[in-house]
Structure formats: C-alpha cells, structure tokens
Ligand binder design. Structure first.
Ligand SMILES: [Fe+2]
Length: 288
C-alpha cells in the first residue's frame, strides 16, 4: 500500500446538491438522532492554546440551531452520517471509492460526520487515528497540515490520544506553522493528507459545511493497536521502539496484545466521562 507524503486535493460535485442548502440542513438537524449530535464551543488564549466545552441543543429546533451556528462560535458534528444520513452518503460513497482506488488503499471500515461550523470557528492542532477525506460543501476553510515527525507528533502523545486518556490534543507551538502546508479549501474539493498528519483548521469568516470521512485499513488498524499497546507498556516503565521502525508483523503482535489489554480495561476511557457543560438553549435568544 502506498500512502501520501503530502496533502492531496480531489474534486467532487456534491456541493451542488440541494441537500447542503439551508432548508435541507435545518430538516436534517430536526430529525437527526440526539445521541449523534455533538455541539462544541472552543475558546483560545493568546498562545493559541485551546479549551473545549461541549453542550446540548436544549429545545432549539433545526432552523434555530442553524442560525445559532451561523451567529456563534459553535461547531456541530452530526456523527455516523454514513448510517444516519443515507441521502447524503449515497453521493459520498462513490466519490470516496474512486479516491481510495487512487490512494491504493483498501478500507475495512468507513465512517462519516457532517460538520456545520460558524464563520469564526477554529479547530485546534490535532491528529486523527484514521485515514481522513474531508469533503468540503459550503464556505471556505484554511487547513494547516504539519509533518508527521517526532517534533510535531511525539509518539508518546500519540499513544495517549489513542489510549483516550486525554482529549485529542497534541502539544502545539505557533512556530510549527512555518513547517505546515496551507490549503484554502473550497466547495467542490475533497482533501486528504498523510496518515496521522497533525492539522488545524480556521474557517475564513463564512459559515462552513463539510463531510469528514474517516477510514481504517488493516494497516491503520494494526498501527493504531500497536500505539495503544506501546502506551500501556510505557506506563509499565518499558520503552517502546519507534513506530516507523516497527515492521507490520510486529505491529500485528502489538495489536493483538492491545485487544487483550482493552479487555482487561488497562486504560479506561476517560473521554466517555467528559461532562456536557453548557446547553445551547442558554445561549440562543428566544425568537420574538
Ligand atoms: Fe481532524
């Protein structure tokens, strides 16, 4: 399997479909299962460090929620869109199949989330423990994609993120931006990048709609499991080897070990306990 060593842009036509217009988005928000709807608000300090709050929609209907997104600094994810939004997924899947062919990857698991975000929304520096294709549908967003070396993506931090013992945050410094490739993503484009490449996003002053597709291949699944096992071993005082020097057969062994470790509950998932700390209904003024 080959994998990219720099970001790559593909084109699509999904942004021309009425499914991405306001009326359809409001209707989607109205009917979307509440347990699959995440509302996030980010705030930044002068150093670019971020804090995250999560919230619930309160009693807001779809149109009100959409207006709150356009007016505020919230970030709404409609998770599991590959199952919960089949009308949209019908258009995404064939384009993704072509992209996967072009990348030479054989996905074994594909998930998607539809992301509606405010004009000023920023997503902090992070990596995703999967392959990603970001289908851009409305607005403009700027992405910084960083190198995957130890300086930008320390292996120990990766392990902690993959073990889910901390929110998906990596150490970030503003100076990293000089090392990044910068992409201004437009509707009709789909962006992918090297596996695990750290990235951050800033909307360019307009309401944005994107569909983020995550995929796993056997190679990514084994590698993710190997990071998990290494994280547990490191906790036990052992020093795991560098992943880029760990052959796939050894990763498979570590992946198998990670399954046993998870069964033994050696790294409880603390994110599950993350409390929802605000309700959107407190922020939205009732309609006159
Ligand atoms: Fe991401």
């Amino acid at each position: 399997m080959s994998w990219l060593n720099q970001p790559k842009i593909y084109s699509h036509e999904i942004h021309t479909h009425s499914l991405v217009e306001d009326a359809a988005l409001a209707a989607t928000l109205d009917r979307y299962p509440a347990e699959l709807l995440d509302i996030n608000a980010y705030s930044y300090d002068a150093e670019g460090q971020v804090s995250l709050e999560t919230g619930e929609r309160g009693r807001a209907d779809g149109a009100t929620l959409l207006e709150a997104i356009k007016a505020g600094q919230v970030w709404v994810n409609l998770r599991d869109a590959h199952e919960a939004h089949p009308e949209l997924w019908r258009h995404i899947q064939p384009v993704f199949d072509e992209i996967a062919d072009d990348l030479g990857v054989k996905p074994i698991k594909v998930t998607g989330q539809l992301i509606l975000s405010s004009p000023q929304t920023k997503v902090p520096y992070h990596f995703d423990a999967a392959g990603v294709v970001l289908f851009h549908l409305r607005g403009t967003k700027r992405l910084w994609v960083y190198p995957t070396d130890e300086a930008h993506l320390p292996q120990e931090s990766m392990e902690k993120v993959i073990m889910r013992v901390q929110a998906e945050e990596l150490p970030y410094r503003l100076a990293f931006d000089g090392d990044a490739q910068v992409v201004d993503l437009q509707p009709g484009q789909a962006l992918t990048w090297p596996l695990y490449a750290p990235h951050r996003v800033e909307n360019q002053g307009v309401f944005n709609v994107s569909l983020s597709l995550d995929f796993q291949t056997w190679e990514t699944r084994l590698t993710r499991g190997a990071h998990y096992a290494n994280g547990v071993l490191r906790r036990w005082g052992l020093a795991p080897g560098a992943m880029d020097k760990t052959p796939m057969a050894a990763r498979a062994g570590l992946w198998a070990a990670s399954l046993a470790m998870k069964k033994a509950n050696l790294a409880p998932n603390l994110i599950k306990d993350y409390q929802r700390s605000f309700a959107l209904s407190d922020q939205v003024k009732p309609a006159a």
